[in-house]
Design a protein around this ligand. Sequence first.
Ligand code: 2NL
Length: 355
Amino acid sequence: MMEAPLTTVDLATLTAQLRALRDEALPRIAGAAGLAALDELDLHYLGRKGGALSGLMRGIGALPVEDRPRVGVAVNEVREAVESALVEARGRAGSAALEARLAAETVDVSAPARVIPRGTLHPIVETIARITEIFGQFGFVTYEGPEVETDVTNFQMLNIPPDHPARDLWDTMYVDIEGALLRTHTSPGQIRVMHAEQPPIRALLPGRCFRYEAIDASHASEFFQVEGLMVDEGTNLADLKGQLVEFAHAMFGEGTPTRFRPGYYPFTEPSVAFDIGCLVCGGPGCPACGRTGWITILGAGMVHPVVLQYGGIDPERYQGFAFGMGVERIAMLRHGITDIRVFLDGDLRFLGQFR
Ligand code: 2NL
């Protein structure tokens, strides 16, 4: 390192010191490792305040006036030499850093792509979507109702009065609020649709329902139902039958056999059960249908006039049909599933099979 000159300076000494400074600086700059080291050298030699060159220039004032221009030229030469050495070294250090980064960050374009796991629709959700799609083609609009219902809409307006023996058909879970319960079917939602809309009505109502059940392979305490309701002038049982047969063919295949049997519900009169030919057996000895060759997929009927009245609809002018199906049942038939509990387990090994 160069020492700043003392007060007495002659031209020869100053020139020698300038040359010495240059001869020291250039190899140090050339040999510096990295941009930070170059910044340090820059400051050391060229820094305005403590830099070595500034220190030498302070000696100029002590020289005779006629010597000063020559020293000025010499100082500038040294400054420019150091500056251009720095520029060149910085360029080299910069590209070396870039090279190193590029080498470290290379992309292997031949590497196999990372697989992004894709979610699937729950088979119940997917089955509801298929049901609403089919009935959507018949003009049915999808509605939703609340899961917490009232005794009035869940039972009384469906022609099931308090203490009526028909209540035994629905083992109900109650809520700790007087008159409130978890809906046992989506029918109360249809009552709400009747209150909200004017005929003609074609409503579809999917949703979760609740019953107090002993759990086994075919009973769960929560399950999904899709109900349909059509109300118009002159709607009759033939309309119901025609639309249900079309639905069964769209859902299970064109050639699927169907049949209607008499049934009973308090809210429909007459009531029917709708069966399809068993898809599993095609003959006797079948565990799925109990050897009858038929499987019931839904219940239905003509809406009881009293229920229309509760819905604010004049039964003298309008008639309606309604049907209700258990979604798990339909999904189990479509996919050959034999235990209803798998729908609630959340086991990804099961759910991942529905793509
Ligand atoms: C079943 C049978 C059924 C209905 C649901 C209904 C709704 C209103 C009026 C009349 Cl607002 N009926 N719904 C009718 C017949 C059968 O469901 O067991 N489903 C799983």
